[in-house]
Design a protein. Structure first.
Length: 47
């Protein structure tokens, strides 16, 4: 397929900074619904 650059297949398509940004956005995208669900559970328990 593509030439392996520096042992990392991902770096053939995106830079290491872009990869970090993608994971950062992914983490925030997963964190927000989890926080909302935890808050909803807390409200259900406390009332």
């Amino acid at each position: 397929m593509g030439q392996c650059y520096n042992g990392l297949y991902v770096e053939a398509f995106v830079s290491i900074y872009q990869t970090g940004a993608i994971f950062f956005i992914l983490a925030y995208g997963m964190l927000l619904p989890w926080r909302v669900a935890m808050y909803a559970q807390y409200r259900k328990l406390s009332h």
